[in-house]
Ligand binder design. Structure first.
Ligand code: GLY
Ligand code: MN
Ligand code: MN
Length: 465
């Protein structure tokens, strides 16, 4: 159970959700399954984010059932001394009522017997669509049991609705407690990045053989030492040319003086992700070409930060970053003005895409790529068409989401240079990304990841230390 959030908060969230179900609606929310890894070993269990958002409960084998009248029922593992000797403490249904502010709680073994009774005489059944394999079939089985009773006068729910549409909108705006956890998660991750940078320089100065996994080990040390449960996603520790592989993982490649290291890593703390990327010279000193590209990416990051404020569109930080990157690519000769034209031409033709092929951010929260619509809900009917200049595909655009205080997003521009015709050799194999996490505030945004510096001079200074 997460003790850093008062359990009244979860009850409030369930009440807010219940208002959207309709008086005769019912919502079913299972937590995640335990998954086998190999033979009799399981993957480390991670609760389902929606379930956790509504309960704060981290045990496996649990379901939450909420009805439109606001009543919450939990199904969870029963107390079992023998199982608890092997697997650890279980809260059990009796204690769950008080500890989790439930109205009722039952052993999980009663789920199949109780669900048809709970579904009877409701009109809508809500559950998260396309999240849990087999859930639709399970709901179907319970509905079938209700249908068997219609000749006795029972009513069977006539519609099924996606509960994600309700919960995604709630989760998109982070409340004060969520923002506080995310600030703390980011602070731990920032310390981990500093530790990895300093270890890289120190080991190289000592003439040691440095591998990507050595730096990954430093990240993990700081995550766990800070109280984080685990990394929020697979850490990327990419030395040299590996930085140009966008989904590279921490592996065994040598970390060499004179090359850059790109680390994209963040811890998960009490159910919330952080997501930081820093790129630094392995030995603590940028070369001229590295620094030239680094400063362009940093300027793009700053431009995107300045564009992150209430009332702006989700795409505004991306557009601001792209303009700075495109101009920088022209200035240093990554793009040839004679061939691609002005900065506006580069943006219109997407010529920058050869070196910047991803978006500048995403929602961040319980999931690293968090839920929430990227389309402005009030304008979902407004559709425009454009032809993509690279693929020729016709793309339908809807107005991008308008940013509001409490939304949390990443800002992560980059430049990745693979050798190619006309690409200056000095820049070959350089990959740079600078990623920060921002909470939208009434006046703009709060960067919660700057515990680790971004300025090249500051990175060099801390790596000398
Ligand atoms: N670390 C995943 C991302 O930056 O999107
Ligand atoms: Mn990210
Ligand atoms: Mn990242």
């Amino acid at each position: 159970m997460n003790t850093s959030v008062p359990n009244t908060l979860y009850a409030q969230r369930r009440a807010r959700m219940a208002e959207k179900l309709g008086p005769n609606g019912i919502a079913l929310i299972p937590t995640a399954l335990e998954r086998p890894r190999n033979r009799d070993s399981d993957f480390l269990f991670r609760h389902d984010s929606y379930f956790y958002y509504l309960t704060g409960f981290t045990e496996p084998n649990a379901w939450l059932v909420v009805t439109g009248d606001g009543r919450s029922r939990l199904f969870c593992q029963p107390k079992d001394l023998e199982r608890e000797i092997w697997d650890g403490y279980r809260l059990g249904p009796e204690a769950a009522v008080g500890a989790l502010q439930m109205d009722e709680a039952y052993p999980i073994g009663e789920l199949d017997a109780q669900l048809p009774k709970l579904l009877e005489n409701r009109n809508v059944v809500w559950f998260p669509f396309a999240i849990h394999a087999g859930l639709e079939a399970r709901v179907g089985g319970w509905l079938n049991a209700v249908r068997a009773r219609v000749r006795y006068g029972a009513l069977c729910p006539e519609s099924q609705r996606d509960l994600c549409t309700v919960l995604d909108e709630m989760r998109l705006i982070k409340d004060a407690q969520e923002q506080d956890i995310m600030r703390r998660a980011s602070a731990i991750s920032a310390r981990a990045h500093i530790r990895a940078m300093q270890t890289s320089a120190r080991m190289l100065r000592a003439g040691q053989d440095v591998r990507e996994y050595h730096l990954d080990a430093e990240l993990l040390h700081e995550f766990r030492a800070g109280g984080s449960q685990y990394p929020a996603y697979g850490s990327i520790v990419a030395a040299g040319a590996n930085a140009c592989v966008l989904h590279y993982r921490a592996d065994a490649a040598p970390v060499r003086a004179g090359e850059l290291v790109l680390i994209d890593a963040g811890c998960e703390l009490d159910g919330y992700a952080s997501d930081i990327t820093r790129t630094f010279p392995a030995d603590g000193t940028f070369t001229g070409p590295q620094r030239a590209l680094y400063d362009i990416v940093l300027a793009a990051n700053e431009a995107a930060v300045a564009a992150t404020r209430p009332g702006a569109r989700f795409t505004d930080p991306h557009d601001a970053a792209v303009r700075v990157l495109a101009q920088g690519m022209l200035d240093v000769g990554l793009l040839d003005k004679a061939k691609v034209g002005s900065v506006d031409d580069v943006i219109a033709s997407r010529a920058y895409f050869a070196f910047y092929m991803h978006r500048t951010g995403h929602w961040l929260g319980m999931d690293v790529h968090d839920c929430g619509s990227y389309v402005e809900p009030s304008e979902v009917g407004t559709v425009s068409e454009r032809k993509d200049p690279l693929s020729g595909e016709i793309i339908k655009d809807r107005p991008s989401r308008i940013l509001q205080p409490g939304m949390v997003l990443t800002i992560e521009p980059g430049i990745y240079v693979r050798p190619g015709e006309g690409v200056p050799e000095a820049f070959h194999h350089i990959g740079i990304r600078i990623e920060d996490d921002a909470i939208v505030t009434p006046g703009g945004c709060e960067l919660i990841t700057r515990g680790v510096p971004v300025k090249a001079d500051e990175i060099e200074a801390l790596m000398r230390g």
